[in-house]
Design a protein around this ligand. Structure first.
Ligand SMILES: [Zn+2]
Ligand SMILES: [Zn+2]
Length: 422
């Protein structure tokens, strides 16, 4: 037995999705699955725990990202961590399950929480897609197109795609040199985290949200000016495909992902009405992720959607989201000990027959049960009392007219089906 005491405070930044909010998540998933199915993406559910190494390996060396990892040592001296990054977990699952032997590209989607020990939200429910094993531009365009279509299919307002290319390992060093040169005389204006990043990973400065850093970032060199020919062509073709399918986009010349495995295309979907809000979708190419994790070199691209943010937007827009609840046609009223005993199996028989029924087996008064039947708007109340239980009959009462009829239990399914048809 546990000790009694005051209620225990929930951990900060961890939230519960209550029953009344489930309809929003169901709605988003339904919209998304229709698109994912059509484009050939299959669901994958990677485990919630990984070896800590999986995540630390993908982090930038000398960064303080490791502090954000929820990691622990088990009693068998394994070092495990809560899923820090869904994209990384999917790549790891691809490697662990020998998915490289499948026809490529392998197209996957996921719905899962990620966990980061940071201020504010520590658990984020995300949904995302990954296309593994194809580095062609049309894949980048398809991913952006799908994200655009998904947002369009939900009533959450207008969002724009901000797009950039950050090159890859052969052209990025030149850009990083240019960045270092640019920031050299301006390091006093940067926040302390950015001053540290200047030495280790200057790309991260571009994502800093501190006002003074944002100011310095305004005139920073643009990645596209430092792309090698191949990366340049890749970006140009990606944009041409987007033009072709009519996805509007805005070029953001300093849109960058801070990890070394990220390559080429990067994109964010940002609200037109509230552009200062965090992107609802972040995506791009990460051709070096799988080999960073120890797999053979395999290109990959994808995006991640923040589901909680979409739900907030749906609520703000007061979008009409179906609650998905079954509307019952009949209500089973039971009275007395004997009837109650037989009710459980009777109720199950309606389910098996495909008749949407409700009951309130915990209640004993006919009045309160009738009230519920009225509130639910069922067509018929089925009254099963002491006398009926003895006779093996039921009283079928039409709610609107109050007309009643007694029917033998063995014929009840058949009779109700008939009555519901008319
Ligand atoms: Zn900064
Ligand atoms: Zn390049």
């Amino acid at each position: 037995m546990s000790k009694k005491g005051k209620p225990i405070d929930p951990p900060k930044g961890i939230s519960t999705i209550l029953p009344e909010d489930q309809k929003y998540y169901r709605y988003i998933l339904k919209k998304a699955e229709a698109i994912f199915d059509y484009y050939g993406f299959e669901r994958i559910d990677a485990g919630i725990l990984e070896s800590s190494d999986v995540f630390t390996r993908t982090m930038t060396a000398d960064s303080d990202e490791e502090k954000e990892l929820f990691s622990f040592k088990t009693k068998n001296s394994e070092y495990l961590a809560l899923k820090y990054d869904n994209q990384v977990s999917v790549a790891q699952a691809y490697i662990n399950n020998g998915m490289n032997s499948r026809p490529h590209p392998v197209k996957l989607f996921y719905v899962s929480s990620s966990f980061r020990n940071i201020e504010g939200r520590r658990q984020t429910l995300e949904m995302g897609v990954e296309t593994i094993g194809d580095d062609s531009e049309i894949i980048d365009a398809e991913l952006i197109f799908m994200a655009h279509k998904l947002i369009e299919s939900m009533s959450i307002g207008e969002y724009s795609a901000y797009v950039n290319s950050m090159g890859e390992s052969s052209c990025r060093p030149a850009y990083i040199r240019a960045l270092k040169d640019y920031f050299k005389n301006k390091s006093k204006k940067l926040c302390s985290a950015c001053r540290d990043n200047l030495k280790t990973n200057p790309l991260k400065i571009l994502n800093c949200q501190v006002e003074t850093c944002k100011e310095v970032n305004k005139e920073v060199p643009q990645t596209v000016d430092y792309l090698c020919d191949e990366c340049h062509v890749h970006f140009k073709h990606t944009l041409e495909y987007l033009d072709e399918v009519g996805v509007p986009y805005i070029l953001n010349p300093i849109l960058i992902r801070g990890r070394e495995y990220h390559t080429r295309t990067a994109f964010d979907f940002i609200s037109d009405a509230n552009p200062e809000l965090a992107p609802v979708i972040q995506g791009g190419r990460h051709d070096r992720l799988i080999d960073t994790l120890g797999g053979s070199r395999t290109p990959a691209a994808g995006w991640t959607m923040n589901l909680d943010q979409i739900v907030t937007a749906l609520k703000e827009k007061q979008a009409s989201v179906p609650d998905g609840k079954i509307k019952p046609k009949i209500f089973l009223i039971q009275l007395g000990e004997m009837a109650k005993k037989k009710s459980l199996i009777l109720f199950e028989n309606f389910r098996k027959a495909g008749i949407e029924a409700k009951s309130s087996l915990g209640r004993d008064s006919i009045k309160s049960q009738l009230r519920i039947a009225h509130r639910l708007g069922v067509k018929f109340a089925l009254i099963f009392g002491q006398k009926e239980a003895l006779d093996n009959t039921m009283i079928v009462r039409e709610i609107n007219t109050g007309v009643q009829e007694t029917i033998p239990v063995e014929k009840i399914i058949e009779e109700i089906k008939k009555k519901l048809k008319t």
